[in-house]
Design a protein around this ligand. Structure first.
Ligand code: SF4
Length: 441
């Protein structure tokens, strides 16, 4: 285990370079993905008299614009690593190329310390690639690796070539993300609460942030105002796991201020919202404040999976939430709903039922393919059946993993479910996509 909090707190008058590495995967979508933790640390260090710089290999390697300030990153096909050889899909490098990163690194003043962040556990190849390039140019500069992968796979992360690995949450205060280190960012990011008080068997929130806490509303307003002050910013994404809990004392006062000060911005909640919290008042707050992307965490209608998900929502609560959101002004298309697919032992019919339930209310299904996350109770369950999960985080990729744990959800059945999730519901649709039918690819 490594904790560099004291070291980071002791840095003064240093040149600090933060890097967000590229992603190597079958697919990558920008769900307002910026390295929030790294940006908070850089701002903290700047306030302590350090000079900070940022290279974001995803943002700087961007391609075409998408909706709400997001971009598609550039991609180029690369060879598949051994664990993925049998998967009949193309594998890509998303973000800056080697030449672009080398050029960028060569153009900056040599830093005194480099901080590299990491995301999904199965993206470590992009991190490794990045460390090798950085070390090639600045071999003597201490390099610290942090982020989600480093915390979830601390032993594996030690082997990537960093000089130190931050394996616990870094204990520095949050001021605001240093968004001004980006050239004309179109969306800002924030988090109003750290972690989640629930403990779903498949979720890493407790492992990453053992203590749930709300941030001070005024602090959050200040950081949103700072980002809103950048002329390019038109959208703000909330990274909370539990945005609506204790909403009367936290979310509503925040919305009241946002409406007053930043009514022109569009807001997004890429992480799921707690459905049972969405009563009539809450739905009105969401709508009137300008939340455009809302994702509801239904996850399943199967009681055993709902139990694994801390019993945080039942079908009747979801029905009421949808009614309240419609009444507030949202359309059926706006009400995006996460449904998990690929949980160990999950049956095709259980996922189909959940999709049809959401569609019967006219809402929009977002299928979320399950990835086993180290440190969660469900990971241990999965690793008993598929021990390679513990050997190499690449096996934790939902594309590689799904078929091993859920023999009932084969690639063809998964495609059927994806098709079912996409099509508009109408009379007779249930009969038109059954598990024995050929997939509508
Ligand atoms: S409610 Fe959501 S964030 Fe909280 S533990 Fe469950 S899945 Fe994770």
């Amino acid at each position: 285990m490594g904790d560099f909090t004291a070291f980071i707190k002791g840095l003064e008058n240093k040149k600090v370079l933060g890097i967000n590495p590229p992603v190597f995967d079958f697919a990558f979508f920008d769900f307002w993905a910026k390295p929030l933790g790294l940006l908070y640390i850089l701002e903290y260090l700047r306030r302590r008299g350090n000079t900070v710089n940022l290279i974001d290999c995803i943002y700087e390697g961007r391609d075409k614009p998408k909706s709400y300030g997001r971009y598609k990153p550039k991609r180029r096909e690369i060879g598949k690593p051994l664990p993925y050889k049998a998967i009949p899909r193309r594998f890509y490098h998303f973000g800056m190329t080697k030449e672009e990163l080398e050029e960028r690194l060569s153009a900056i003043e040599p830093p005194d310390i480099i901080l590299i962040t990491s995301g999904m556990t199965y993206w470590y190849l992009g991190v490794k690639w990045c460390i090798e390039i950085v070390k090639g140019i600045f071999p003597d500069v201490p390099l610290l690796l942090g982020g989600i992968y480093a915390q979830l796979c601390p032993d594996h992360a030690q082997g990537l070539g960093a000089d130190g690995v931050q394996t616990t949450p870094l204990g520095v205060p949050f001021f605001r993300p240093a968004l001004d280190l980006y050239d004309a960012p179109e969306y800002g990011i924030t988090i109003t609460s750290i972690g989640c008080p629930l403990n779903c068997k498949y979720c890493a929130s407790k492992r990453l942030w053992p203590k749930y806490r709300k941030r001070n509303v005024d602090e959050v307003i200040d950081e949103i105002s700072f980002q809103a002050g950048m002329r390019s910013v038109g959208d703000i994404a909330f990274y909370d796991d539990a945005l609506l809990l204790d909403k009367e004392r936290h979310f509503y006062p925040l919305c009241d201020e946002l409406k007053k000060r930043h009514g022109h911005l569009r807001y997004h909640t890429p992480n799921g919202l707690h459905v049972r919290e969405i009563d009539e008042v809450c739905a009105r707050y969401l709508y009137e404040t300008g939340f455009k992307t809302i994702r509801l965490s239904l996850e399943s209608t199967d009681p055993s999976i709902q139990k694994a998900g801390s019993d945080k929502v039942h079908d009747d609560q979801y029905i009421r939430a949808v009614e309240n959101l419609l009444k507030a002004g949202y359309t059926h298309e706006d009400i995006e709903t996460y449904i998990l697919v690929g949980l160990p032992g999950q049956k095709y019919e259980a996922v189909e039922r959940a999709i049809l339930f959401v569609k019967s209310l006219g809402a929009t299904v977002k299928l979320a393919e399950y990835s086993p996350i180290p440190g969660t109770p469900m990971f241990d369950e999965c690793a008993k059946i598929f021990p390679l999960l513990k050997e190499d985080p690449l096996y934790q990729n939902n594309t590689a993993y799904c078929g091993y744990m859920t023999p009932d959800i084969t690639q063809i059945n998964l495609q059927r479910l994806k098709n079912l999730a996409k099509i508009k519901i109408r009379d007779g649709v249930k009969a038109s996509i059954r598990r024995d039918d050929p997939p509508l690819i």
